[in-house]
Design a protein around this ligand. Sequence first.
Ligand SMILES: Cc1cc2nc3c(=O)[nH]c(=O)nc-3n(C[C@H](O)[C@H](O)[C@H](O)COP(=O)(O)OP(=O)(O)OC[C@H]3O[C@@H](n4cnc5c(N)ncnc54)[C@H](O)[C@@H]3O)c2cc1C
Length: 400
Amino acid sequence: MAETADIVVVGGGCIGASVALYLAQNHAGKVVLLEQKELANGASGKGIGIVRTHYTHPVLAELAYLSQQRFHNFKELYGGYDSGFNPCGYFVLVGESDVATLNTVVQMHQSMNIKVDLMDLQQVQAQIPHLNLNDVAAVAYEPHSGYGSPPQTTLAFAQRAADLGVEVLTHTPVKDIELDAAGKVQSVVTVQGAIATRTVIDCVGPWARKFTQNLGLEFPVHPVVEHVVVVQRPVEFLQNHPVVSDLVNLSYSRSDPQQPYTRIGNSDPKHHPQFMLQDADDFHGQIYPQITEELHHKLIQRYPILEKGKVVAKYSGIWGVTPDYQPIIDHLACIPGLYCAVGFSGHGYKLSPIIGELMSQFILGDRSRIDKLNLFRFSRFQEDDFIKSPITYGKAKGLR
Ligand SMILES: Cc1cc2nc3c(=O)[nH]c(=O)nc-3n(C[C@H](O)[C@H](O)[C@H](O)COP(=O)(O)OP(=O)(O)OC[C@H]3O[C@@H](n4cnc5c(N)ncnc54)[C@H](O)[C@@H]3O)c2cc1C
């Protein structure tokens, strides 16, 4: 292990690995990436991996669009490694009360050159014959969106970072960040010893609140258990289908690349307080049966033919949620040398390529493209200036 480093990135999820990679690409000097367990041990190990641009906030839509372009060119950009990205297309379904919002979002995206169109229900039915559209009033379609593999993408970023000289150390938890007499970052303390450094990037995801507690910095990032149910499609429905974001029954689903499986996750914010943990270390893969049953029911409601399908897996992961469901990306002015990119809620995977790029520019002092990051500043919570979209969906609220 290095005894000194120019920059230490803490947390080997998709965000930390992407930041480390871009720092190396931008010749940031000696960079070390430290992960307490295996890479993709947290949210990035269990994410469903949807890559879409459908956001009601223009900055998020733009970041998602920039990231989507990087997913399309992943191998060329990142040393030939594969993210598992499958641009199979993405549908957003809304009910009557959300039609006006959908129309406004689609117009906003089109004005930003994002490829998205409204589709009539017959066209949708032709693309996904088994989809029940009885309670759906309008649909938008993003042909360039789809899904990737969060663990595979995390490994790809980390491998490319290592190729470019980053020292990637797993099973190396950071126990403390030491400050000098002036209160500036001086070193990180790991179980294997200390690394002297003036710059630390906190990318610990759902562990954010705990990680900096002894520095007196309490991040409003809450670990929330997020569930997934996987159903095997019957012979009548073997063909893969696009991603469906269901803003009527508040769920999202996609098919798998190799097997005739469909997986569904929850996007109903009312469940999040129920599944919130005190500490990310309290997560041991626990499953709350009431939500997995509800998800299974929602899947059958949307694809009635899946009543014949077998449930092949139910599992959970954790994500780090902030009060406005948006990340905290900042330089912590009270501790010079400490930066953070945490609390990505349900957006971290799709944003990971562009966040690594912008974060490395921010750290290296290139201010030309980073105005957008001001939206995600830590102080917004003290200022009571939460991130709000100009328009919102009735039930999905801040999640979109
Ligand atoms: C079921 C599920 C479905 C999801 N679906 C989507 C989706 O469709 N699209 C999307 O964009 N996002 C989705 N997400 C969210 C997305 O996965 C996360 O936003 C993203 O993975 C966050 O990445 P991260 O690197 O910030 O955090 P994490 O992946 O949690 O990484 C943080 C890492 O820090 C490490 N760490 C913590 N403390 C220390 C320490 N002291 N020392 C060293 N290492 C430490 C942890 O072990 C962990 O590996 C989903 C998440 C889940 C759980």
